[in-house]
Design a protein around this ligand. Sequence first.
Ligand code: ASP
Ligand code: MG
Length: 792
Amino acid sequence: MTASQQLLALHKFGGSSLADPTCYRRVADLLVSHSQPADLVVVSAAGKTTNKLIELYQLALSGADYALLLQQLAQYQTNLIEQLLHQPTSLLELLTQELAELEQWLTSASNNRSLIVACGEVWSSRLLAALLNQLGQVSVAIDARDFLVAQGEVTPIVDEKRSIENLHQLSESFIGQQRVITGFICRDEGGNTLLLGRNGSDYSATLIAKLAGASEVNIWTDVAGVFSADPNLIHEACLIEELSLAEAEELARIGNPVLHHRTLQPLAQDKIALRVRSSFEPDSAYTEIGKRLGHVGDCIVNGIANIELYLLPDNEKTQQLIHQLPQHGFFPLVATRHVNHILLGLTLEAAPSFEVLLKQHRAIAWSKHSEFGLISLLDAGVSWYRKLFNKLFAKESSWPIVLSDNGLSLSAIVPVKRVNLLAYMLHHRIYSPSKRIGVVLLGAGNIGRCWLNLFQQQQEKLEQRFGASISLVGIVGSSAALIDFSGIAISQWQQQFEQYSQPLAKQDLLSAFENQPLDELIMLDLSADQMLSDTYAQILSCGYHIISANKLAGSSASANYTAIKEAALANNAKWAYNASVGAGLPIQYAINDLVNSGDEIQEISGVFSGTLSWLFAHYDDSEPFSSLLLRALSLGITEPDPRDDLSGKDKQRKLLILAREAGLELELTDIQLTSMVPDALALLSTDEFIGRAAELDPVISSLYQAAAKENKVIRYLAKFELIAGKIIAKVGLEQMASDHPFAALTPSDNVFLIKTKWYQDNPLIIRGPGAGREVTAAAVQSDLLQVIKAVI
Ligand code: ASP
Ligand code: MG
């Protein structure tokens, strides 16, 4: 071998690189700039020419009219020649002759399939050579049938020795000229045309490189090489710059479309380097296969949307069949033992001919299972990822996770519709090890907006602190939702919500998140929605976490409350609801702390409403209660319908939540509730109620007077106490001494008093602002922090 031969390269261009005149020019320019005259070139047929020729053949075979298709093909070739060559005449003449010949072949199509289908490569090699000559790069088109000799119709086996001799002889007459050779075709001893199979030009390229003693093959294509995943589906996919031959072979076996198993065969002994690179960006990075060993850690995720699975009895006959598979051209995607059977997985393309083979082996009883796809991971150190595979895929199907015999790939069989998502998740887990946490806001009212502001300010800091990506992935309103798993830009949430939100019925909430790709999903329930609170157990069963300011679930019937707690426990999901009582006041933390340290809570009481706290701190009978109430309404201190405050229902719920937190078992109805709204006013519309609010005045006034006589004040109290093992719980207006801590409360503040075994005579008191958007939003944010801390 001479020095110049050692440096010989081969450049292969596929059909899509030659689809139109611009593509041809790009290829020719690339050869002028990136190749040596002695380098070889191998081409496929231009664009979709092979498909059209096959179609033409089939039409002719079935006796259908093919004139129009033939005319289209002729037009396409003519157009390429005319657009590209300054002097097109001689090529056009040749084309005309060949089209006439083609028509001849079509009249007895069944005998001439290969001849017909081979035309595409003849045309493309000739045109590219002519174009190169026009550019001053002296070139010659070579029909591979002039040297490449093989045997066997279906999978031709090349006679390498003869082909090498032929190639050498032929090349002697073309010294100094660039040889542009047809891919895909060869001939047999008798001179008959043979085809190397669909997409066979890559194989032609590596084979011819081997015969010519080239040291490198460049497959120029429309992608920059082999990626860590399909870049069309996974934007984070990165280029893999080096692969060992064994890894490339395994990649082909697990169904990656970039390289075919056959293409790699000629590379094996001769240490030819194979480069897959982009003809659009010839100077950018590419993938090189074969020269070096692959790196551990350069993982490739490969997903196949659809495969066919076959279960065969595990016996000698099956074993024999499996041994013969490569001879028949089958390289199963999966082959493993599975519960007394052999499990084989094949591509949809290979399945029909595989079934023919199965039928030939009559005695083998087999069953077929469809609707599954395959996700594989390729890496020299793939066994390290077994745990991750189990975690991600074990629940997806009952099929086994398979480590390939060569130890280079792990594969999981998953339902078809989960393939893309799971491939994404696997890739993400490997390439961005930090967790992805998604937060969903349910209820975009006042508190929601406030929380969004808070979150926006803290998001970056949180991400840094926890080394995770933490983003808002959903805003769910009362009938529409904006969901974006890649994260909603909070600064523009309102605009985006208006523009892009989709109608979402509450019962469809969970299905909207069915395919979410995040590691953890946290739902913030800042609504007062009953239906939503009814789905908590389901939400937690999906493994999603809930933070609620909504009190309804915490104060629902015991059975439901217990079911929610159990769902959380069973699914390792968190449910935090500190914001539902006392906003940001650490009341629940205090209770939890006491209970956890062995103390016994005997009483919790207090003023649990900012509104009622404000009203009774100001009320002194000098102004009617109703006018004070309307003032509070206009200041935004009350609910839009003040009866929601006056009824005490809300306080009853809060007391129940705290009692349960203290370890007691009781129902809402166990808490005696005295509403301040007389029955006569209870069913009116809000406006009617406001119009008749003065009817409240005499009752409140007389209560106030009665208390004042004893030097006491009135406060709206919630309280439970344990008396001789019995729970006494009530909510309503009470008299109390004017020096009682509840009496001297700053208007709007909440107060919580906790009496325990240890805090008996001198009870623990927590007080401060217990309502309002800012403090409630802050409480939600604090719960969020706790949940993130727990799941990270
Ligand atoms: N032109 C042939 C085909 O389309 C061979 C190739 O492109 O690789 O299958
Ligand atoms: Mg709280």
